[in-house]
Design a protein around this ligand. Structure first.
Ligand SMILES: NC(=O)c1ccc[n+]([C@@H]2O[C@H](COP(=O)([O-])OP(=O)(O)OC[C@H]3O[C@@H](n4cnc5c(N)ncnc54)[C@H](O)[C@@H]3O)[C@@H](O)[C@H]2O)c1
Length: 259
């Protein structure tokens, strides 16, 4: 199949919803075979069904090393190679540094940061053996600037940027690139949950659409992002078109962090 990812094999975590599902569909449309991984079995199987024979699905809890090792083994067994990893799975939660419990902190770090390292840990040997690859890690504008209500989330997403640069530096000589995507707000279940929690805590009765309008107005481009905005950037970073781009954290935010 022709396309910008023709002949490549990709793993996408968090592929059962939002950005992960949109990216899985786009990668497959551009010729990749895709392992769709997610903790939500029904949703991730639906993603693979929507794509067709170019996709397989696996139930994976990215907080568990054994699950990630199995995800990688299954991918290579099914497709014979592994060229692209999009470590995208994540959770969001609004809290603050005083009220946050140690359990909340540890869960967030496990799912949004440790998982990114574990995904690289089991993927890198295959990429090294194959002579190269592209790793894309999902960070956030919250990893670049301080945003109220997200102490553990911001810490995890900043950590993702540090790990991204480290992997790029260490495995560049093996022709492996590693980049991070830092989106601002894109309407998905994760973001809706955070906005709802914030509104609840503030005693704010505004609707989701009203909250979205307020967030959009904070961006110089006066809109929030779309699933396609993020999937298109992931596609570019996955493809050979970005062949000399490595170790960067790309803001995807309509100039929010430029102001
Ligand atoms: N939507 C945004 O505005 C935005 C902004 C910045 C960063 N992000 C990041 O983008 C990524 C995708 O989020 P989204 O907005 O598409 O949200 P989403 O809720 O639509 O999708 C997240 C997916 O991750 C899966 N997931 C959660 N915990 C998991 C676990 N332990 N193991 C495996 N899968 C798990 C969920 O089941 C879900 O399918 C996340 O890392 C998020 O932090 C999103």
């Amino acid at each position: 199949m022709a396309g910008r990812l023709a002949g490549k094999v990709a793993i996408i975590t968090g592929a059962g919803s939002g950005i992960g599902r949109a990216s899985a569909k786009l990668f497959a449309a551009e010729g990749a075979r895709v392992m769709c991984a997610d903790i939500d079995t029904a949703n991730v199987e639906e993603t693979a069904r929507l794509i067709g024979p170019a996709a397989i699905a696996a139930t994976v809890d990215v907080a568990k090393a054994a699950d990630i090792e199995r995800m990688v083994t299954q991918t290579v067994a099914a497709f014979g190679q592994l060229d692209i990893l999009y470590a995208n799975a994540g959770i969001g939660e609004a809290t603050n540094a005083i009220d946050m419990t140690l359990e909340q902190w540890e869960r967030m770090i496990a799912i949004n940061l440790t998982s990114v390292w574990l995904s690289a840990k089991y993927t890198l040997p295959h990429m090294i053996a194959a002579g190269g690859g592209s790793i894309i890690n999902q960070s956030s504008t919250a990893g670049l600037i301080g945003i109220p209500d997200l102490p553990h989330y911001s810490s995890a997403k900043s950590g993702v940027i540090g790990l991204t640069r480290q992997i790029a530096a260490e495995y560049g000589p093996k022709n492996i690139r590693c980049n991070a995507i830092c989106p601002s707000s894109i309407p998905t279940p994760l973001v809706s949950r955070v906005w709802e929690q914030r509104a609840l805590e503030a005693g704010n009765t505004s609707t989701l659409a009203e909250q979205q309008a307020v967030v959009a107005a904070r961006h110089p481009m006066r809109r929030i992002g779309t699933l396609a905005d993020c999937a298109n950037l992931a596609l570019f970073l996955a493809s050979d078109e970005s062949g000399w781009i490595s170790g960067v954290a790309v803001p995807l935010d309509g100039a929010l962090t430029a102001t």
